[in-house]
Design a protein around this ligand. Structure first.
Ligand code: ADP
Ligand code: MG
Length: 205
């Protein structure tokens, strides 16, 4: 994964979020305040602008800029969560120009750990951490990342939030009434990972 792959990753994510912003907002209307699609779209529009304007040397530089966009433009719970995930992911990349699979695994773990720390989230609490945690486990299963497997496990983890009761975030106020609805942040995190898989599965990472 080089800096161009990192740019393509985020631009692909931006397109997915843009075309799903109403869907994400509907999901957030059921368990939260209905702003997740709007928040994410605003941050990613800004991030895409920055990625088009500036040049970057390394994947870490790209993710740093994306982190800043999330923190400054997204707001809500998801802004700081995605912002710290991207910041820690960037830190994990260091100054490397190219990331090997081992580095990509470390990057994903750093992002997952950041979400867990920032959200004080544990597995099974119906948050985006459920997806991050599944992504890391799936990526680490094979020496060379099996992206098809990662995609499958990511989708399963996002779908599994439907039957969970929310213990963190706004959805927790609903108690048992949160059961039966997908967690919006888990669905957007699934899109982030699908974009990464699309960029990396075709060639060498
Ligand atoms: N404490 C937390 N830990 C991990 N993820 C969380 C936490 N609180 C909320 N989230 C995630 O954030 C998503 C909601 O994001 P968003 O709607 O943008 O923010 P807000 O809840 O402030 O309106 C949830 O679907 C969930 O995945
Ligand atoms: Mg919301």
């Amino acid at each position: 994964m080089n800096q161009q792959d990192a740019v393509n990753w985020i631009l692909s994510f931006q397109k997915k979020i843009e075309s799903s912003k109403e869907y994400l907002t509907d999901l957030d209307q059921a368990v939260g305040d209905g702003d997740h699609g709007i928040n994410m779209n605003r941050g990613l529009q800004h991030a895409a602008g920055v990625l088009h304007e500036k040049t970057f040397e390394t994947p870490g530089d790209v993710l740093k800029a994306v982190s800043t966009a999330f923190i400054s433009k997204v707001g809500g719970a998801s802004g700081p969560l995605y912002g710290s995930a991207m910041l820690k992911a960037s830190g994990s990349c260091g100054g490397k120009e190219t990331l090997e699979d081992e580095d990509v695994k470390a990057m994903l773990r750093a992002a997952a750990d950041a979400v867990q720390a920032r959200g004080r989230a544990e597995r099974g609490e119906k948050t985006m951490y459920d997806v991050w945690e599944a992504v890391v486990r799936a990526a680490e299963e094979k020496e060379d990342i099996d992206w098809q497997h990662v995609r499958m496990k990511t989708a399963e983890a996002a779908d599994a939030t439907k039957e969970m009761q929310a213990k963190k975030g706004r959805a927790a106020y609903l108690g048992a009434r949160s059961i039966g609805h997908l967690d919006p942040g888990s669905v957007s995190t699934r899109m982030l990972i699908e974009s990464l898989a699309e960029v990396l599965e075709s060639g060498d990472s």
